[in-house]
Design a protein around this ligand. Sequence first.
Ligand SMILES: C[S@@+](CC[C@H](N)C(=O)[O-])C[C@H]1O[C@@H](n2cnc3c(N)ncnc32)[C@H](O)[C@@H]1O
Length: 238
Amino acid sequence: MTSDFFQKAIDPKQYDDDRIDWTSEATVDSPFRKFVLEYIRDILSEVTGKRVIDIGAGTGWLVKVLVELEAGSITAVEPSEKGAKFMREQHPSVIVQCATVDTMEHEGFFDIGFMLYVANHLEDLTKSFESLAGVIKQGGIFVITVPDFEYVKKNRLGEAKVESMGDDMFVAAIPREFGTSYDIYRTTETYIKAAEQAGFELVEQTPMVPTEGLMNGYPRFREFKDQSISQMLIFKKL
Ligand SMILES: C[S@@+](CC[C@H](N)C(=O)[O-])C[C@H]1O[C@@H](n2cnc3c(N)ncnc32)[C@H](O)[C@@H]1O
C-alpha cells in the first residue's frame, strides 16, 4: 500500500533536504515550541536526575531544555545528519545517535522517552514502538505528540496534495514556511493500538488546544481556539 508520497514521508533523510531549515526551530523561542512545552511541563518536572531519550530530536530544542533541567543522562536519536551535527556542536554532554527509532543502538534502559511529531514519519508503528519499548525501563514513561487527525483533515489540506490510504489514514504534502513536508496522518486510536501491541499502557490522552501564547505568536490559530490541533499521548511501559 505504499505510494510516492508515503515513501517521501518515511524517508529518514527528509529533514536533510537543503530546502528544509529547522535551525530557527532549535530553541524554545518559537511560539509552537512554547505551546508544546506547556503541555509537557508536568513530565518535564520529573526529568531531573533521570535517564531520558528524545527520539527524532530534530535540532534539539527539547534536548536544550533537558540539559537545563539537569536530566541525569540524555540521549538524542536523529536520522538527519544536519540535525545530529547541530546537536553535537550545541550540546557536548548529550549522546547523539544519528539513527532512526528502528536502527538506534541499545544503551540501557531509560526512565522517560519523548517522541514529538515523529510518529507521522513511521512506516510500521507497532515495529517502531516495539523498538522503543526495548529501551524504556519497566514502569517508565513514553510521550508522543502527533498532529490531530480530524483537525488536519478539516483545516490543513487547502494547499496540500493528499493521497488517501483508507478511512483512517492519509499522506499529505503540505507547503510550510520551511518547505514542503510529507507526513502520514493516522487516527489517535491507531497510535494507541500500536503502542498497546508493543507493550505500553495508555495513561493519559490530552487534546492539545491552542494556548494564548500560540495564538498571539500565530494569530491564524485563533479560529481553532477550542479545537484540538495535536494530541499528546502518555504511555507507561508494562
Ligand atoms: C517534525 S520533526 C520534529 C522534530 C522534534 N521532535 C520537534 O518536536 O521539533 C520530525 C523529526 O523526526 C525525524 N525522523 C524522521 N523519521 C524518523 C525515524 N524513523 N526515527 C526517528 N526520527 C525520525 C526527522 O528527521 C525530524 O527531525
